[in-house]
Design a binder for this molecule. Sequence first.
Ligand code: MAN
Length: 377
Amino acid sequence: MTTEQSIKLVRAAANPLIAPKDVTPSYPDWEVLGVFNAGVHQVQGETVMLLRVAERPQQTDPQHVLIPVLNTEGTAEERQAQPMTIVALDREDAALDFSDPRVVSDQEGNTLYLTSISHLRVARSRDGIQFEVDPSPTVLPEGRMEAWGIEDPRVTLIEDKYYITYSAVSEKGVAVGLMSSPDLQTYKREGLILAPTNKDVAIFPEKIGGKYWMLHRPVPEGLGSPEMWVAASPDLIHWGDHRFQMGLRTGLWDSARIGAGCVPIKTEEGWLILYHGADDQHNYAMGAALLDLEQPDRVLARMEQPLMVPEAEYETSGFFANVVFACGAVVKGDEIIMYYGASDDTMAAVSFSLKEVMEQLHQTRQKGLDESDATDS
Ligand code: MAN
């Protein structure tokens, strides 16, 4: 079993901070399955989370699994009158695999449907712990490329505007969308910035070398692996200069997939990134790495062991167990408060010292340098 680094983690005593019962579904006969993987930012003294809310029709039919899909047919009026199409799948259908609670697949493992549809919803807090969730959705999925939902938002403040990246999910795959907002209350869609399959995009909070930068995570098929890349843009809309950044590590906790977690945190020594990784058993943990301030594809240090692994009961059991997945953190002096989805169904918070993380990264870096000295000689 993987062990954590020796950094002191303080999970909020009130965890989980937000659970499905705290969220009103979008329709009276629906149920909220999960509220997780929120983007976070401080806005005028308040901590604002942009939650991912996953919901579905109440499963009242014993014979069928009821799958929600956005209705993208007909006129605007027709779509408004009936925003969702419900697909009823026979539970006994031998061609279908219902074993993963998140998806319905065929027997070859290809995803046919998601079991829920996600939208984004604001929650606010004065103390960063007690959150008030808006009673209705803030951003609903829209159009064909979001017909299966919008997920995993990450919020970056650049100058005086918030930029929110998110997964736009449909039968065409998972693409990356961008929205801008002056206040995290009203949102403007800026379109898809990356085609499928790509996800886990976090935009750096300032220009580097005169350009905007993002972390992104393509999911290659056949050849290649789900690993981390960076890309640059003159305007946040058009992205190029793609560079490989950080890969999987065989035998370690991040051997099967990795991707950005929180928005990069600027320190004197480099960009601190808190990223997620998983092994082939779908155990998700959070790790830390340090990037060069001027060259974000250059990894200066990377912790060998994870920063945080699922341990608390709400992390090791739930809708999809053994997942801690953070999309945002708040930094207050030396304290990092990382907000994370636990088991794909609740939101929780953990805090730790920035200094301790940096010290640990230093040690990793030193170890790396010593090892390369040893091989050189
Ligand atoms: C995916 C992500 C998240 C989710 C994890 C674990 O990789 O997109 O939405 O939390 O899987 O299920």
